[in-house]
Write a new protein. Structure first.
Length: 361
């Protein structure tokens, strides 16, 4: 870093000028082994059999190669825009493991750092994730965490979950479209993925999902203390997992929402004069097999600053809308990465943005 007085880890929101980012890796990625939580979080029921059959094995090479190409383009754009890109340490995800409470055929991957590390200010929080197969995923990021710690960052792990049967509702069946929302998690222990929260200075927005329970939200609020306000957002999603294709403060005064999932925007936005930007219908063909996420992944953009935004090539309606809202979209191919993973926000975690802790309300 040029300025030694500036924190090496510093991320208060989604839009301060981005200086350093961790981007996931396709290397060694496995199909997630089948587990009860997958039924609650993966929308495409027709693809569950694929997971049941291939969980714990490498993804087909052609899917990995295509995802790698997208990731290379993403990294190339980030570097060209002046961002330092870091990547996880190669890790053998294929090893089976067991705890006193559960066994897993393997781990999954280090495709999506956004889920694993919650970076708030100068603090890295390893999150208490609900997918058993992701229990050790944080190991791929330990070298980076140690390096950032040595350079001055704070680094903690949330309480390590047990993930026994008691964490999941017995006999859970995900709701059909239109049925009342429900999630698979009990309140046995605090659980959340980092991507269940989104930052907006002193205010953080979190939605309960099948990876995030109320206990997890309470833990986060108490851990962060009175400097922060953690707000629970009400969403509607039959297979809820992560907030960043649902509710996304893109810049001061500009909130992007998913019209199918957000029925009521908290009053604080209207009171503070925020514009509510409604994400247009995704353009990804419905026929594309999406193993991990829905077509609404188009919302999962990455802000390089208050204007520049990396957005998926092919999502022309969103690209036009972003231009109309005053942003400068940078299109990047990403549908192939999204097929096995997620969007730009999922595939990365911002380590340092140049800005201070502020309130935007
Ligand atoms: N679970 C969300 C993606 C979150 C990044 C979806 O499938 O739309």
């Amino acid at each position: 870093m040029d300025d030694p007085s500036y924190p090496v880890v510093n991320a208060h929101n989604e839009w301060d000028p981005l200086e350093e980012i961790i981007v996931g890796t396709v290397e060694g990625a496995l199909v997630p082994p089948w587990d009860v939580i997958l039924e609650a979080t993966l929308h495409r029921q027709d693809l569950w059999d694929f997971h049941k059959q291939h969980g714990g094995s490498p993804w087909p090479q052609e899917l990995l190669d295509a995802a790698q190409k997208d990731l290379d383009e993403f990294i190339c754009i980030l570097k060209a825009e002046g961002v330092t890109v870091r990547q996880p340490t190669p890790y053998d995800f294929s090893r089976p493991f067991a705890t006193p409470d559960f066994e897993s055929k393997s781990s999954c991957y280090a495709l999506m750092p956004r889920d694993v590390l919650l970076i708030i200010g100068d603090q890295i929080i390893e999150t208490p994730m609900g997918w058993r197969s992701r229990y050790h995923e944080t190991h791929a990021y330990k070298d980076l965490c140690k390096e950032y710690f040595r350079a001055g960052a704070r680094w903690v792990s949330a309480p390590r979950p047990q993930l026994s049967q008691e964490s999941y509702v017995e006999g859970f069946v995900a709701p059909q479209e239109g049925e009342p929302m429900r999630t698979i998690l009990t309140e046995f222990e605090p659980l959340f993925d980092a991507a269940d929260a989104i930052k907006c200075g002193r205010d953080l927005f979190v939605a309960q999902s099948s990876c995030c329970n109320r206990f997890g939200i309470d833990w986060l609020q108490r851990h962060l203390g009175p400097e922060y306000r953690v707000h629970e957002i009400e969403v509607y999603d039959t297979h809820p997992m992560h907030i960043d294709a649902t509710f996304y403060p893109l810049a001061p005064g500009k909130l992007l929402i998913n019209p199918e999932r957000i029925q009521r925007v908290p009053e604080m936005f209207g009171k503070s004069g925020w514009d509510i930007l409604v994400c247009p219908e995704p353009m990804m063909p419905e026929s594309r097999p999406m193993y991990n996420c829905s077509r609404w992944i188009c919302m999962n953009v990455l802000m390089l600053d208050e204007k520049r935004v990396i957005v998926s090539k092919g999502e022309d309606r969103l690209i036009q809308a972003l231009k109309g809202w005053g942003f400068a979209p940078i299109p990047c191919s990403f549908w192939n990465f999204s097929t096995i993973g997620g969007g730009f926000h999922c595939a990365s975690v911002d380590v340092r943005r140049r800005g201070e802790l502020q309130s935007y309300f």
